[in-house]
Design a protein around this ligand. Structure first.
Ligand code: C5P
Length: 286
């Protein structure tokens, strides 16, 4: 069984406050993008194992794919699978690659093993694995609250070409949250309303805020520099995704997006997503 596992960007990310459980409440808009890994599931007699095309990705219980498989295994009371992961989404890049891979295992493995897992149970498993994982159980943009797991699908047509560039820096999410320190927390910024306004051609500037940018840009000025170059080269908006280090630019037309990409070294370019992109409907092959 072969599944495409898409990355996401955060079209705005506000951290609203620190919680008693150590996590932070946030408001963000997750948007799927046209950059993906491939997850292959191969039936085996009993037990869980995996391999990956990249040496720096762990293939033990530190990998979210195997932890997702373990959740399904526990529910099913047994089973066997070997997971082969072809990795193109950079790691520690704010693109949710590991979370997406885990969600694809949660979606596909019950089919492979012919186990029926109720939606609320699947969502609970996803939330246990990580704050970004529940988003990838669905396709299409969503407003997220709580620690990222409370989702409201957004029925919007995004008008922009989305250009992704990376400086190849690994930013730890836990470090980025810790770097926020104690600050004055803010009320809910209603990102969904800001997005609706921006899509209609209104002033999108207030939307394009990511609360991680100040600390991350101070530590790695090269990331701020990439954002500046996107804006200088015609982006109507540009922002770091998640806790970094990927930066995306929003462009009103394809030619401008391509021209901007030419400003970056080939190793820095992760791709372009067309307006209103949606991942293929979830149809595992094989
Ligand atoms: O949920 P996930 O495992 O992806 O989170 C990684 C780390 O990021 C957490 O251990 C926590 O330090 C931080 N985090 C947070 N608030 C969130 C999400 C993540 O403080 N909403």
């Amino acid at each position: 069984m072969t599944i495409h596992s898409h990355a996401k960007i955060n079209l705005g990310l506000r951290v609203l406050g620190k919680r008693d459980d150590g996590y932070h409440d946030l408001a963000t808009i997750f948007v799927p993008v046209d950059l993906c890994d491939t997850v292959e599931l191969h039936t085996r007699d009993l037990g869980l194992s995996m391999e990956c095309t990249r040496d720096d990705v762990p293939c033990d219980s530190g990998n979210l794919c195997l932890r997702a498989a373990a959740e399904v295994y526990r529910f099913a009371g047994g089973g066997g699978v070997h997971i082969a992961l072809d990795k193109r989404i950079p790691v520690g890049a704010g693109l949710g690659g590991g979370s997406s891979n885990a969600a694809m295992v949660l979606r596909a493995l019950p089919r492979l093993w012919c186990v029926d897992i109720p939606d609320d149970e699947l969502h609970a498993m996803a939330a246990r694995l990580g704050s970004d994982v529940p988003f990838f159980l669905h396709d299409g943009p969503a407003l997220a609250g709580g620690r990222g797991e409370i989702l409201t699908p957004l029925n919007v047509r995004l008008p922009w070409w989305i250009v992704l560039v990376t400086p190849g820096i690994h930013v730890s999410t836990a470090w980025a949250y810790a770097a926020l320190g104690t600050r004055e927390w803010q009320p809910d910024p209603r990102l969904d309303l800001l997005l609706t306004d921006a899509v209609r051609g209104g002033d999108s500037a207030p939307l394009l805020v990511n609360d991680f940018e100040p600390a991350v840009f101070e530590r790695w000025p090269a990331i701020a520099e990439m954002k500046r170059r996107l804006l200088e080269n015609g982006a109507v908006g540009a922002l770091m995704s998640g806790s970094g280090s990927t930066v995306f630019g929003l462009f009103n037309d394809a030619l401008e997006a391509q021209a901007a990409l030419a400003e970056f070294a080939p190793g820095q370019v992760l791709g372009v997503t067309a307006p209103d992109f949606s991942p293929m409907p979830f149809t595992p092959r094989g």
